[in-house]
Design a protein around this ligand. Structure first.
Ligand code: 5GP
Length: 203
């Protein structure tokens, strides 16, 4: 379970897209949210857009792996697709905030599968420029997110890996290196004992 978090505008979504393009063993967890759909977004691809009542029902039914209120809207990770993907041996990428990451890290059953990466912008000026160049959100939302960015960044220290996103290509290859290294960890390699036994018998 690879979690990528960052303040809005640090480039995390672009990094995620590139990672998914290059790595067929990686799939994206699609969150449910009560926030209104942006013009460029597609329901079911970017988010599952739901009303507050439906979201609350999903919470009550235990359908979320984690959920949180971010910028006044609710976001949650549907549990079933994650469990299916993990059971099939696939890795999953999560674009969630620090609250969701914390909930996964606090869950005994999930903790050992978690790899957390925080993406920082190279500077405040760059962060603001990126937020404005999107031009999808009204000004008051941009201002609100700028104000929240500093707060979100204060949580960098609960993440294992930090990427300062100065250059997209470099950031993508850094996250890929993290994925490759984590996959090579002995504890993550299913069937290793049997494999080594086979090798030893062949000696
Ligand atoms: P946006 O509305 O700009 O797509 O996302 C706002 C923030 O919500 C981002 O920091 C994003 O990572 C976070 N987010 C998106 N989906 C989830 C989710 O399922 N759970 C949590 N905890 N945060 C989420």
């Amino acid at each position: 379970m690879l979690v990528l978090s960052s303040p809005s505008g640090a480039g995390k979504t672009t990094i995620s897209r590139e990672l998914l393009k290059c790595d067929s063993a990686l799939s994206l967890s699609i969150s449910a949210t009560t926030r209104p759909k942006r013009p460029a977004e597609t329901d079911g691809d970017d988010y599952i857009f739901v009303g507050e009542d439906e979201f609350e029902k999903m919470v009550q039914a235990g359908e979320f792996l984690e959920h949180a209120n971010v910028f006044g809207h609710f976001y949650g990770t549907p549990r079933a697709p994650v469990e299916e993907a993990l059971a099939a041996g696939r890795d999953i990428l999560f674009d969630i905030d620090w609250q969701g990451t914390q909930q996964i890290a606090d869950d005994r059953a999930l903790r050992s599968d978690l790899v957390s990466v925080f993406v920082l912008p190279p500077s405040t000026g760059e962060l603001e420029a990126r937020l404005r160049s999107r031009a999808q959100d009204p000004e008051e939302i941009v201002q609100n997110r700028m104000a929240k960015a500093s707060d979100e960044m204060s949580h960098y220290d609960s993440y294992e890996y930090i990427i300062v996103n100065e250059d997209l290509e470099l950031s993508v290859s850094r996250v890929q290196s993290i994925i490759f290294a984590e996959r090579a960890k002995r504890v993550r390699q299913v069937g290793l004992h049997e494999f080594v036994s086979t090798l030893r018998r062949e000696d």
